[in-house]
Design a protein around this ligand. Structure first.
Ligand code: GDP
Length: 369
């Protein structure tokens, strides 16, 4: 049912039909004196920001709006899935506004990792993608690590301007916003969002001391993310839940490694060498002979080789092969976007084939560790 009402919090058009769409309000709530949408209700009473369903066009319109403002843009990426979490085209949208890059989920990286190296690496990758950032900060929105530094750095870089937080879905933007709301003690936060002209969608505002705001923008879906190809249960099964313990396999040419039923790494030729897997600790890894690998996959996919569990694999895109010649140029990672990476020392040449569902981006990078 449509109502000629708007939310007292964000100004959005109130509707009682679709829970997943903006402006949803349960019918019972229409009796209240002040009507706010369910999303604003949750923000106001639980400090909880829930995602909204919106089209790519809506999102792009919002991003485009940033170009016309004077602001600091904070772009959030997922350090575990840099490739899958990259928001494309941002430099086009933000005009001359400075950008601060935030690598979230740093809690997943192994203990022995050099965080400066990770920051430099992110800076470098950003540049390759045409984005110049003022700085790169690493945080864990979930654990609260690096948040104080982030807020301090935002304070320095914004120079009295507003702040826009942007990112694709699943990078942990909501978790970060909730963390900031929480740390600001903003339980009594007044929701006074002002919609961008031309959109029906609002954004979350967190007031700053000088009358400026931190704005949350809705995340866009990056369809390369493996999370968009599997079921929610399978996504849980492949997502790291805690700090990654690298797993070392000393492989000979002619051996294959299965990463659950989602990827396979064939060591086609080269001298005996370690393959170090950086994937979710709970994922089942299986070593087999390359010559048997097709048969093993056909027989055990969905049972032993999971995720995908059971029949779920049937709806997954077909496996694609990616061939790599690794030269002895030092540490190299074979990255399977969303799933993790396989580190090679790059001391000896190796010929490797990676199988992953079509659409999952697979590539090599300079070793992160
Ligand atoms: P959004 O779509 O960008 O708003 O992302 P969410 O905040 O909903 O987070 C997506 C997923 O990443 C959820 O499963 C979160 O629990 C998880 N997540 C968010 N922040 C962190 C973090 O700092 N560390 C880890 N390990 N997971 C996180």
């Amino acid at each position: 049912e449509e109502h000629a009402l708007s939310c007292a919090g964000c100004g959005i058009h109130i509707q009682t039909i679709d829970k997943t769409k903006p402006g949803f309000t349960p019918k019972s709530a229409l009796e209240r004196e002040v009507i706010i949408c369910q999303r604003c209700f949750k923000i106001k009473h639980y400090n909880e920001v829930s995602p909204v369903d919106m089209s790519d066009d809506d999102f792009l319109r919002i991003l485009n709006g940033i170009g016309g403002t004077k602001s600091l843009v904070v772009m959030v990426v997922d350090v575990f899935d840099f490739q899958g979490s990259w928001l494309r085209g941002l430099p086009r949208f933000v005009g001359n506004n400075p950008i601060l890059l935030v690598g979230n989920k740093v809690d997943l990286l192994p203990k022995n990792i050099n965080l400066n190296r990770v920051r430099n690496w992110i800076q470098h990758e950003a540049k390759e993608r045409g984005l110049r950032s003022e700085d790169v900060l690493l945080v864990s929105a979930q654990k609260g690590a690096g948040i104080e530094e982030l807020l301090a750095r935002i304070g320095q870089l914004r120079k009295g301007r507003d702040v826009y937080i942007v990112g694709v879905t699943n990078v942990g933007k909501s978790t970060l916003i909730n963390r900031i709301l929480h740390d600001y003690g903003a339980a009594d936060l007044e929701i006074t969002t002002s919609p961008f002209p031309g959109t029906t969608l609002d954004k979350i505002e967190i007031p700053l001391e000088d009358g400026r705001y931190i704005y949350d923008t809705p995340g866009i879906i990056n369809r390369d993310q493996i999370g968009h190809m599997v079921t929610p249960a399978d996504l849980r099964a492949l997502t790291p839940q805690s700090r990654i313990n690298p797993k070392v396999y000393q492989l000979n040419a002619g051996q294959s490694m299965f990463i659950g039923g989602l990827a396979r790494v064939d060591f086609v030729s080269g001298d005996h060498q370690p393959f170090v897997l950086y994937v979710a600790n709970q994922l089942y890894l299986h070593r087999t002979k390359l010559e048997n690998a097709d048969e093993v996959f056909a027989k055990h996919h969905g049972t032993l080789l999971v995720p995908p569990n059971g029949e779920n694999g049937k709806t997954l895109p077909p496996m694609m092969k990616h061939t790599f010649k690794i030269e002895p140029n030092g540490p190299t990672d074979l990255v399977i976007s969303g799933l993790g990476w396989v580190a090679l020392q790059g001391k000896k040449p190796a010929s490797v084939v990676v199988h992953a569902p079509k659409g999952v981006s697979v590539g090599v990078r300079k070793g992160l560790i």
